[in-house]
Write a protein that binds this ligand. Sequence first.
Ligand SMILES: [Zn+2]
Length: 407
Amino acid sequence: MRVTWESEGNVWRLAFRLDAEDSITGLCSDGQALKLATNSMRVELPHAPREVHPDLLALAAWTVVAPWTRRRIVFDRPVSPELADAIETGWGIQAGPVGGSPRSGSRLAISYSGGADSAAVAAILPDAPFVHFQRVPHPRVPNRWTHYRSDVLARLAEQTGRELTVVRSDLEFTLAEPRPGYPEHHAVAAGALLTAGELDLGGLAFGYELGSRWLGGGRYLHRYTPDNLMWSQHGAWGQAFAAAGLHIVLPVGGVSEAVTMRLALGSPVREQVRWCLRGTDGPCGTCGKCLYKELIHAAIERRPLRTSITLDRGVARRWQQPPPYGGQEMIEYGCARVPGIEETVFARAAGFLKATEASTAWLERCYPPAVEEVPEPWRKPIHDFMATEIGFMSEDEARRVETWGMT
Ligand SMILES: [Zn+2]
């Protein structure tokens, strides 16, 4: 794989070329098969940066091309030995040319999506600036995803009043299959990487919560994952970001989505929180994500489910099948707490799971190792917030995390 960055004012364009051993089908770090659509993308910054450290450019490119790279990657500028080592160790990929020294920075920014998890991070770090990734169309790929309202999310981010950098990019259209999206989850940070020098960033806080960090949630493993390749400090991506002087920080890595939603809805940005990518004046209320989040919302408010989604809808179908489910811990939590769950589309799931308030109480507290792995400069404020506002899990509760998915 060979990558080349070119800049023109505030716009950075990446072009990449596959080597003979590379393939247009590859795997995301979470195991999802990905098919390449096109070999170019751009990142538009709010204004032209003074200069961008080669390691930041290289890592931003790596978040896009990693799935399709088999043996080596050749950057257009020399990278530090530290970054080359991290790529070699993490992926077994030879990276170069090597030269120059690594960078560092001191501030912590939030990769802010506008959803409940990143709003919770914002509540924990009231002074941290936001970097928001906004999807824009790609000149060479037709946009069949016009219902995806990235403009609404960017406007809501602006309405928070927080120091904000909006970065516009078409990099999600490098993916043909399964659909446009980040080639690696870390590609959301491409803009943050390109502005890290300008903003003096040493860390980037993401809204990945307990399920994503420790329980193998989402589309991946559904079991305890201390060595999570994507989000652990010692994993491949954690080491690559550290080498580029932008440490991955997960302030809500130890708490469930019940906690992040409670924090988000009690925070100064609650009016701007939006987890649905479809609605304009509010969440659409009809997509699978709205249904899932409504279950959690109803559970923390201990009220009946408010939804118009019925059993005949496609998004209700997965809840008629037996587990495992992605985000299963939150389905258990919701089924145990929502009054009248047996009258809803979650009735069958509730029957399979047989969860109770007692069996899901661990999801209301913080898993201590998640705070211990926060890089040192930012650990104490996050620890103190968890100690004061949330409380830590007991040993028995922590064991629920550590035996998750092992029946
Ligand atoms: Zn929706």
